[in-house]
Ligand binder design. Sequence first.
Ligand SMILES: [Zn+2]
Ligand SMILES: [Zn+2]
Length: 348
Amino acid sequence: MKEKMKAMVLYGPKDIRYEEVDKPVCGDNDVLLQIKAIGLCGSDIRTITYGHYKVKYPQIIGHEITGQVAETGKNVKKFKAGDRLYVSPVVPCHECKACRLGYEELCENLTVIGTEIQGDYAEYMLLEEKVLKNGVVLSIPDELEYEQAVITEPLSSVYACQENCSITLGDTVAIIGMGPIGCLHTALAKIRGAKAVIAIEQSEERLNKSKEFGADYLINSSKEDPVAKVREITGGWGAEKVISACPSTDAQNQAISMACKKGTVIFFGGVPKGKLTNIDTNIIHYNTLTLIGHYGYSNLQARKAFSLITSGRLDAKKFVTHVLPLKEIEKAVELTRSGEAIKVVLKP
Ligand SMILES: [Zn+2]
Ligand SMILES: [Zn+2]
C-alpha cells in the first residue's frame, strides 16, 4: 500500500482542500524533503482565488520552501538525511536563449515549483534531479530558523529588482504598496544606502508597520495626494527611484509623476490582466525617465538574498508576524488580505 501524507490541494479557483494524498516516492536521483516552513505568498492568494493559467488541477501549490531531507536517492551525493534546506522555486533550463544571455528569470523553459510541479503545501515534497541540478538548493545554518529562511523567496525578487535598477547611496526611494514586498523593499533600500524611503499605502495599519522596516516618511494615499506629498517631502524635486509594488494601474500612473528628472520608475507588481494604465508619456519624455519592468530573479540573486538573511544583514524575523498550521490557510489568507499580517508562515 502506498504511504500517505497530508496536503492542501487546489482543485480550481476558490476550491482548496486539506486532504490525504500519496506521499511522493524518492527515486534514485531525488531528494525527499519533509516540509518545515511554507511562506504564504500574495501570488498564492491570487492563484487560490482566481486560478493560474499554468497550474494543472488538482495541484499542490506553494513555492516558498524550506524543509529537512527525509530521504535521498542512491545516486545523490550532495545531500543527506537531516540536512536543513532552502529551495528556490524557479528552475531555469540553462540552455535556452534567455538563459544563455544570463536572464535565467526569463527562461523559456522555466519550471516553477508549485505551478508546473508539486509545491510545498504538503508534508513532503520531491526535489527531482532537474531541481537539484539547475535550481538553487541551499543549506540553512543551524542558528537560523526555517521560518526566517523562507523569507529568502520574496526577498530574492526584491533583491534582484534593487540590484537591477541600482538603488544606491543617497537615493530617495518612493515605494507604493506596503505589503510584505513593500516592507522588504523598504528594509533593503536602507541597507543599500538610500537616503530616505517614502512609504505610500492606503491602509493605515500597513503604513504604520512600514516604520519598523525603516520607512522615513509615510503617506496615506487614501487621504492625501501621494504625488504632491512626495514633491513636498523632496523640496519639489521628486524621488530618484519609484517602485510600484501593488497591483494598481493608478499607482503606476502616480509613480511616473513622483519621479525626479532622470529618475527611474520600476513596475514591480503586475496589474490585473487586461487592465490598461493611462500614462502621460510626455512626463517620461521631458523628464528623461527610465521605466523598468521587473520580474523574478536569477539563481545568483537568490543566493545573494539568502546570504543577506543568513548573515543577519536583513532581519527576517521581523517580517514573520504569524505562524499557523497549514490547514488554517483560510485564516492565513484573511490575515494577509486585511493587512494585519505582514508574512504568514504555514507549517504542515
Ligand atoms: Zn512568493
Ligand atoms: Zn532557459
